[in-house]
Design a protein around this ligand. Structure first.
Ligand SMILES: O=P(O)(O)OC[C@H]1O[C@H](O)[C@H](O)[C@@H](O)[C@@H]1O
Length: 289
């Protein structure tokens, strides 16, 4: 690892109004906000923007609505009291670039770590590898003398032509917990699509297979997420009615679907004393006709 100034194609910039690390390689461009350590943009060469960031995005300390929020060391308020911030502390922390390098195949790899989270039981740092595909690793360490239980997610907001016209492969026949139906469990019937009756989705799929594909006929592309060390998938879109009450979504709810690589609910992780745990994901895009 070298300091960021030592390799080409890595610079500081302003992206959607946020101070960011901007990466430019022949294979892709990407940007990571220092607020939240949140990837805000990924554009593989020959394709359009993969991620959605709300045009109504609020200023810090409100979490950024869009990109890839890092939910850590807990997802939603799982296992917490009601007075803690939703999705943990990482997404509103300031992150620092701690290193960068060029990999053997010409990808650019960044290392980042949050600041000001020393009061937590766990520590974390993150790898972001930018090339034709985007790979992200969230590395948790337990420096304590006892095991610590955690949940986590890469809360991916994918840009779509119209959420009502996409489907998500890789979830068929899985049991899911429906957060919009009092946490009742159901079986996924066929591929995921936005339910016609309720028009919204907040589904947690424990023990999912780790490969999920968003098929978007409008943008004529398929976006694949593969997770490693992440046993749950979450598919979220608030739908029109709930979105109208969310200042940073509003009428823009049709423009995204969240397909998240996670460890949540029954897949919470026990990190033994002195041990490490990593959640990885890779995102890739293919044109479809
Ligand atoms: O509004 P936020 O705190 O960013 O959370 C947005 C959403 O994240 C996840 O997908 C959860 O499953 C949802 O229950 C939650 O509403």
């Amino acid at each position: 690892m070298t300091e960021s100034g030592d390799i080409g194609g890595v610079r500081h910039g302003l992206v959607h109004g946020f101070e960011a690390i901007v990466v430019e390689t022949p294979a892709a461009t990407a940007a990571v906000s220092l607020f939240g350590g949140q990837i805000l943009s990924f554009v593989p060469a020959g394709h359009d923007e993969v991620l959605w960031v709300s045009p109504l995005v609020a200023a810090p300390p409100t979490p950024i609505r869009g990109g890839i929020p890092v939910c850590w060391p807990y997802f939603a308020r799982e296992g917490q009291s009601d007075d803690v911030p939703s999705h943990g502390y990482a997404r509103t922390a300031r992150w620092a670039l701690t290193g960068s390098r060029t990999t053997e195949n010409g990808d650019t790899e960044l290392e980042l770590a949050p600041e000001g989270l020393d009061h937590l039981d766990l520590t974390v740092h993150m790898t972001v590898r930018v090339g034709a595909t985007l790979t992200q690793g969230l590395h948790t360490h337990n420096p304590r003398l006892a095991a610590v239980t955690m949940t986590e997610a890469f809360h991916n907001y994918f840009k779509v032509a119209d959420v009502r016209r996409v489907h998500v492969e890789g979830l068929r026949e899985l049991t899911y917990i429906d957060k919009f139906d009092d946490m009742r469990t159901h079986t996924q019937d066929g591929n995921w699509s936005l339910p016609e009756d309720s028009g919204r989705s907040d589904r947690v799929y424990p023990d999912a297979g780790g490969t999920y594909r968003i098929i978007d006929p409008g943008l004529r592309r398929s976006v694949e997420v593969t997770a490693r060390g992440g046993r749950s998938a979450v598919v979220w879109n608030p739908g029109e009615a709930s979105a109208s009450g969310m200042a940073d979504v509003g009428s823009h709810w049709r423009e995204f679907v969240c397909v998240e690589a996670a460890n949540v609910g029954p897949n919470r992780v026990d990190v033994p004393a002195g041990s490490d745990h990593s959640l990885w994901q890779t995102i890739s895009v293919t044109q479809i006709h």
